[in-house]
Every structure is written in structure tokens, then in C-alpha cells.
Design a protein. Structure first.
Length: 145
């Protein structure tokens, strides 16, 4: 049985006119189970452990497509990718990342997004995409220190 979150991602692929290939399903499955951001090489290693093989270039292409469709995000500070957990929530998707345990929390804030667009417009700049990550210490790690 396919997890509901993966089924939602499959629907997005189909709605956008993309085929739901075996490699895309495999990458979706790995991202869905991940507790932290994964590089394409991490995904390749996990699939190998499961007796499956995907070329890392194929994985990069799949991840790039998932990012364009807002099914996944690249986490710049970690150099990896995560599954989008907010679906179509309004506003630019942002991350809070714990530098101790690597926990990642995704959130969206439409007001913040609009404020950044206005700042850019005041500079004569047209924003196409916003990226924002906050690195710090999560509440669990803070309690342990």
C-alpha cells in the first residue's frame, strides 16, 4: 500500500503531465521516510541497501523536477533535499534547522513573503523564488545543554 503523502505527490505529477515512473516512486519513498535532508548520493546509498540502483544523475534530475513542482526543497545549508510537508500552503516555504541534531522544521509565512517581494520591488528587482533557512538550536537540544 502506498502512503497517502506519496499518493498526493503522485497526483501532482500526473496533474502536471508527468509520468509516474518507478525511479520517481523510489525517490519519493526515500524522501518520505527521511528524518533529515538527503543528498542524491544519500538517496542512492539507501536505495542500494534496499537492493535497488539508480544513477545519481537520474536522482538529481528527479529531485530537480520535485523542487519545480514544490514536492521537495533543497536545503542549502545542509546540501540535501527534503520532502515538502506543507503542500500548497500560501507563502514561501522556510526552514528552521537545528545545528546540533539536524532536525528540520518547515513553515510558510505569506506576510514575510510579501514583505520580501516589496523590498525587492523597491530595488527594481523581480523576485521569482525566495530561499530562507534559520540555523540554531531546537528546543530539545537546548534543554539538553
Amino acid at each position: 500500500m502506498i502512503a497517502p503523502v506519496i499518493q498526493d505527490s503522485i497526483r501532482v505529477l500526473q496533474t502536471q503531465g508527468y509520468k509516474v515512473t518507478k525511479p520517481r516512486r523510489q525517490v519519493l519513498g526515500v524522501l518520505e521516510e527521511a528524518q533529515k535532508s538527503l543528498s542524491p548520493y544519500d538517496i542512492q546509498r539507501i536505495l542500494r541497501q534496499r537492493g535497488k540502483y539508480l544513477n545519481h544523475v537520474t536522482i538529481y534530475r528527479i529531485l530537480h523536477l520535485f523542487c519545480r513542482l514544490n514536492l521537495a526543497h533543497k536545503v542549502l545549508s545542509a546540501g540535501g533535499f527534503v520532502k515538502c510537508v506543507l503542500d500548497k500552503k500560501e507563502g514561501c516555504h522556510r526552514f528552521l534547522i537545528c545545528r546540533c541534531c539536524g532536525t528540520l522544521q518547515e513553515f510558510a509565512d505569506d506576510e514575510l513573503c510579501q514583505h520580501e517581494k516589496k523590498l525587492a520591488q523597491n530595488s527594481g528587482f523581480h523576485t521569482e523564488y525566495h530561499l530562507s533557512e534559520s540555523l540554531g538550536i531546537c528546543s530539545d537540544c537546548s534543554k539538553k545543554q
